[in-house]
Design a protein around this ligand. Structure first.
Ligand code: NAD
Ligand code: ZN
Ligand code: ZN
Length: 340
């Protein structure tokens, strides 16, 4: 089977021929049909973050495919069933976080495409308990971006406690942002979308954003304040200035939800404004298996639209460049089903 492999951090990926992996106890082997390219894969391949992955590894945590082989003890999945393999590859199931519905905070979690091989390959292994069944009727190409971009933004809005009649700012209308706009609309919010390219701003408007803010021309903080300030802002752009801009656009009591992970990212939060304004800064990391089940449920009910372009796995390095240049309409999905 072919896989896109990070052999050294900061180097282009290499397409390698590898033997099919054998599922161990509790694992399944999946014939991958679709694998979404998340900006996180680029951070992983570059070693952008304090906890670095160990090459060689196969990135990808939006892998969707058909179960092909069951390891010992797997009884709840069947061969031929379609599953999605998210970032949360496994968690311990016993710690305070796992037991209180916060498995995404488990200190013993293993992350797909980071701590173990991921979905940018024709075959992959997954922990059966964390491989999420994809409901019938969802196209695998659409299921892929939902598996990280979808669940992450759905969860971030839950964390912000967004309610109808609130103003929500979505900063960065890429893979994550184009779904965030839709979940915020489903929650009943008035949505302000912020980006720096004409195409992304047009896409946000198409997807229902009530207000689009071009951060090249206007200060998003100022525009948001002119509208009374945001009750919540999701920081999804890989840019520190964009975090500061939306933080300054919060209304009193507003919440900044940090989601994007720029390399060595820090922002200064003004103490006086934060105290007097009673604002919060919250980090949000992906979502639980239950969150992903809800994301799939919404999509199966026709309530979300996934915007994607398909590409062959062999073009992985060109695809990375396109994401970095901001030229992708929303998400690139590697089409492995028709290639193999
Ligand atoms: P992406 O590249 O598809 O989207 C980023 C968007 O930000 C693009 O549309 C770009 O035009 C826009 N942008 C760039 N500069 C901007 C600025 N100054 N103001 C407003 N918009 C700007 O990336 P993505 O796949 O959506 O991922 C976004 C980030 O989220 C990455 O850092 C990724 O690692 C991170 N991420 C975090 C989690 C989590 O659980 N916290 C999960 C998935 C991804
Ligand atoms: Zn991701
Ligand atoms: Zn745990």
């Amino acid at each position: 089977m072919r896989a896109a492999v990070v052999r050294a951090l900061g180097e282009p990926l290499v397409i390698e021929e590898r033997p099919d992996p054998e599922p161990g106890p509790g694992q399944v082997r999946i014939r991958v049909e679709a694998s979404g390219l998340c900006h996180t894969d680029i951070h992983a391949a570059r070693g952008d973050w304090p906890v670095r992955p160990n090459p060689p590894f196969v990135p990808g945590h939006e892998g969707v495919g058909l179960v092909e082989a069951l390891g010992d003890g797997v009884t709840h999945l069947t061969v031929g069933q379609r599953v999605a393999v998210p970032w949360l590859g496994s968690a311990c199931g016993r710690c305070e976080h796992c037991l209180s519905g916060w498995e995404t905070l488990c200190e013993r979690q293993v992350n797909t495409g980071y701590g173990c091989d991921g979905g940018h390959a024709e075959k992959m292994l997954a922990r059966a308990d964390f491989a999420q069944p994809v409901p019938d009727g969802i196209n695998p190409m659409e299921a892929a971006p939902l598996t990280c971009a979808g669940v992450t933004t759905y969860k971030a809005l839950k964390v912000a406690g967004v309610r109808p009649a609130q103003l929500v700012a979505i900063s960065g209308i890429g893979g994550l942002g184009h779904l965030a706009v839709q979940y915020a609309k489903i929650a009943g919010a008035t949505v302000a979308a912020v980006d720096v390219t004409d195409d992304k701003l047009a896409l946000a408007a198409e997807l229902g954003a009530d207000l689009v803010i071009d951060a090249r021309r206007e200060d998003p903080g100022e525009v948001l304040r002119r509208h009374g300030g945001a009750h919540a802002a999701l920081a999804l752009a890989v840019n520190e200035a964009a975090f500061r801009a939306v933080n300054s656009g919060l209304r009193r009591g507003g919440k900044l939800v940090m989601v994007a992970l720029p390399a060595h990212g820090t922002i200064q939060v003004p103490i006086f404004d934060t105290v007097l304004g009673g604002t919060s800064v919250i980090g949000s990391i992906v979502g639980t298996r239950q969150d992903l089940a809800e994301v799939f449920q919404l999509h199966a009910a026709g309530r979300t639209k996934v915007v994607y372009e398909t590409r062959p796995l062999a073009s992985v390095n060109e695809c990375v460049d396109e994401v970095l240049r901001g030229q992708v309409k929303a998400r690139i999905v590697f089409d492995l089903g028709t290639e193999s």
